[in-house]
Structure formats: structure tokens, C-alpha cells
Ligand binder design. Structure first.
Ligand SMILES: *Cc1c(COP(=O)(O)O)cnc(C)c1O
Length: 394
């Protein structure tokens, strides 16, 4: 099944009712041990696994529940194979470990998700891997930073909290000329809105916790690899013991079925609120690459086919106390990390200490918003009240 428009693919991919008593959904296989009739059958299954066939051998290696999700995500992103992890951070750590070596060097975009940096500065450094952070606007200039011992480049567009875009094809071209593997955290765009592998990325990494699960009720990560990078990624990830639990896989599979309709609404509401915020006297600028005139819009328009609903605002200079009072006063926007669920969220941005490659460009405080599936008018009313509190506190 599958093939066609993405909405149709989301409904049909990874289903196989004939195998499962007609059930429309693949059942949840809660399994550690897989039994075989004979030792020869067990050896044959292991050999099939080594050839990348989706055959069950042991719970950690995946059961039909996981295989169905793998198949769907691989097809959506346009990769060769995919690997599931217990969280998005596990997927990032798995990919970075797969493409690093002692005495080697990696290049990481300065606007990467902060825990990505912490992994590079902590565990990878301890293992003898050196990290250089680079300006998100570097483009083909990345060639100057590639050394003989450089093994990988990690991208993330738009960047966490500050939403800088990157010229992915230009960076990938420079990397591949020197045999360097390109990894990208593609969580923001989801597999729907940026085809990372078609734009030169070798491994596209997602926190499935966000829009794929979509309901703030499970943690999961996925790496979708092209053929050139699959062997190294899967070998290291399996050696590290990574796998995702079947109940969480089932929740991700369920989220996937409605992802196109949810994202259409997230996108429209996000742009509506972003445009409205641009007209507010308290707001200096809106950091949403899909908004015409916003930073990174040209690259977004060239390479992406849609937008999710996570973006930033730079407030006109005001006290930290005023920013916190603004966030505290909101009733529909919860204060909390994560995003991609049905509910709106607000988070004061505190990533200045996690930017080292370029000077900090912002004068006023930044706030990150996730626009959920509530009515846009209610959200605007809530924000309007928040700005009243902000002005009173400033
Ligand atoms: C949340 C997030 C992650 C980590 O995902 P978890 O599932 O929370 O581990 C990775 N990258 C980005 C951009 C994120 O926002």
C-alpha cells in the first residue's frame, strides 16, 4: 500500500491487515523472546536481518509494530532505512556516536538543540572527539572548517530557539566532496515539510516525541538514513542497545495517521498568530522562517514545503521579571519544554550561553511559542492579556 499524495501515504503506509486477522492497525507486539522451530530457522532469521530484511529475531531488534513505523517513516522522508530510539536525544546521540571516532573532529551548527551541544561537549569530548561550532549562515564556506580528521557535520534548521535557517544543499555538497557525513535534526519540519535526504543529508534525525506522536504522551526518536550511511548507523545504534518500546511505537503510529491534518492546522494557526504578533507594539521581531520578511525566509521558501507552529519572538527590551509575568499570566499557553502536541506552550528563551560561534544578535528577551490546535482567536485574546500584564510589570 502507499504511494500517492502525502495525506494518502499517512493513512496507508505500514498497514498489512491480511497478516493480522484483518485488523486495520498493526497490533502491539509486547515481546522479548522470539521462538523458532529449529536452530536452522533461527540462523536463517539472523541471516535475513543481516541483509536488512524486517524479520523478528529478538524484541530489541524490533517486531512488526516497529517495522511498520520504520517502513512508514522511511517512505515519508525518502530514505533507505530507519532506526527507532527511546527519545529524540537518544537518536541524536546515536547518530553522533555512529559517525565519530577517537581523534576525530565534528562540525556542529551553533544553533543546535542545547542537549546536542552537551553531548558533544561532554560524552564525545571524553571519548576524544573535538567539536567546532559554526555560524548557521556559513553555507559553502563550511569547506574552510573541514579538516582531514572531520567525520561529520550536524545541522538543525531552523535552529532551536533562535530559528536560523541553513543552506543545507551547499553545506552537504562541500561535505560530500571531502567524504564527510551530513546529519540533520529535522524535527521542526517533520518528514512532511523538508525532504532532508533529497537535499543532501545522509541521516535525518527526528524527535518523534514532537509532531509525530503529536499528543504529548510518549517519547521517541528516529533516524532515517540513506543507503551510504545505513550500515554504520544501524551497527552502532544496535551495539548501544537502542530500541523503542512497542506501546510507544503504537502511539507514534497512531499520531502519524493524523499528522497531515494536524500540521495543516498548526501551520495556519502558527502563521496567523505570528503575523498578529508582528503588529504588536511589545514585539521587536518574529522569528518564524515561513513568515515573509522574517530571517531565513528565502531559504525556507526555496527548500521547504511547509511549516510547523514553533517560533520565537524578540520582545522590545524589558525586564526578565516582565517576561516571566507575561508567561505566568497566560492561561492557554502552558509553561513547559517540548512541543508538537495539540496544546499551546510558552517558554522564555535562555540559550545565550549556548551560542559561541557568532555574537548574540538580540537586544530584547526572546520567548518561544508553540501554537496548538486551540481556536486562534482564543490564543490571541490570551496573548493580548499577557501583554497587558507585561506592560504593567515592565
Ligand atoms: C525536543 C527536541 C529534541 C529531543 O527530543 P526528545 O524526544 O525530547 O529527547 C531534539 N531536537 C529538537 C530540535 C528538539 O526540540
Amino acid at each position: 500500500m502507499g504511494k500517492g499524495h502525502v495525506e494518502t501515504e499517512l493513512v496507508t503506509l505500514g498497514r498489512d491487515p491480511e497478516r493480522f486477522a484483518g485488523a486495520v492497525n498493526v497490533p502491539v507486539f509486547r515481546t522479548s523472546t522470539v521462538l523458532f522451530e529449529t536452530v536452522a530457522a533461527m540462523d536463517a532469521a539472523s541471516a535475513a536481518r543481516a541483509r536488512d530484511e524486517m524479520v523478528p529475531t529478538y524484541g530489541r531488534g524490533g517486531m512488526p509494530t516497529a517495522f511498520a513505523l520504520n517502513e512508514a517513516l522511511t517512505a515519508l522522508e525518502g530514505g533507505y532505512r530507519s532506526y527507532l530510539y527511546p527519545s529524540g536525544l537518544a537518536a541524536l546521540a546515536g547518530a553522533l556516536t555512529s559517525f565519530s571516532r577517537a581523534g576525530g573532529h565534528i562540525l556542529v551548527v551553533d544553533c543546535a538543540y542545547a542537549p546536542t551541544r552537551h553531548f558533544c561537549n561532554g560524552t564525545l569530548r571524553r571519548m576524544g572527539v573535538e567539536t567546532t561550532y559554526f555560524d548557521p549562515a556559513i553555507g559553502a564556506g563550511i569547506a574552510d572548517l573541514i579538516r582531514p580528521e572531520t567525520t561529520a557535520i550536524m545541522l538543525e534548521a531552523p535552529g532551536s530557539h533562535t530559528f536560523e535557517m541553513q543552506d543545507v544543499p551547499a553545506i552537504a555538497e562541500a561535505a560530500h566532496k571531502r567524504g564527510v557525513t551530513v546529519l540533520m535534526d529535522n524535527t521542526w519540519a517533520t518528514p512532511l515539510f523538508f525532504k532532508a535526504i533529497a537535499h543532501g543529508v545522509d541521516v535525518s534525525i527526528h524527535s518523534a516525541t514532537k509532531y509525530i506522536v503529536g499528543h504529548s504522551d510518549a517519547m521517541m526518536g528516529v533516524c532515517i538514513a540513506n543507503k551510504a550511511s545505513w550500515r554504520q548507523l544501524t551497527t552502532t545504534s544496535y551495539e548501544l542497545g537502542y530500541c523503542a518500546g512497542p506501546d510507544d511505537v503504537n502511539l507514534a503510529q497512531r499520531g502519524l495517521r493524523t499528522m497531515a491534518v494536524r500540521l495543516a492546522r498548526h501551520q495556519a494557526s502558527g502563521l496567523d498568530v505570528a503575523e498578529w504578533l508582528r503588529g504588536r507594539p511589545e514585539v521587536k521581531q518574529v522569528l518564524h522562517p515561513a513568515l515573509p520578511g522574517a530571517p531565513g525566509h528565502d531559504i525556507w521558501k526555496r527548500d521547504f514545503t511547509g511549516a510547523s507552529s514553533l517560533f520565537g519572538i524578540e520582545l522590545k527590551p524589558c525586564s526578565e521579571q516582565a517576561v516571566n509575568a507575561f508567561a505566568d499570566s497566560l492561561e492557554l499557553f502552558g509553561i513547559g519544554t517540548s512541543w508538537g502536541g495539540y496544546e499551546s506552550l510558552v517558554l522564555p528563551t535562555r540559550v545565550r550561553k549556548d551560542r559561541t560561534a557568532t555574537p548574540w544578535l538580540f537586544e530584547g528577551p526572546l520567548v518561544r511559542l508553540h501554537i496548538g490546535l486551540e481556536a486562534v482567536d482564543d490564543l490571541k485574546k490570551d496573548l493580548d492579556n499577557g501583554f497587558r500584564v507585561l506592560r504593567q510589570t515592565a
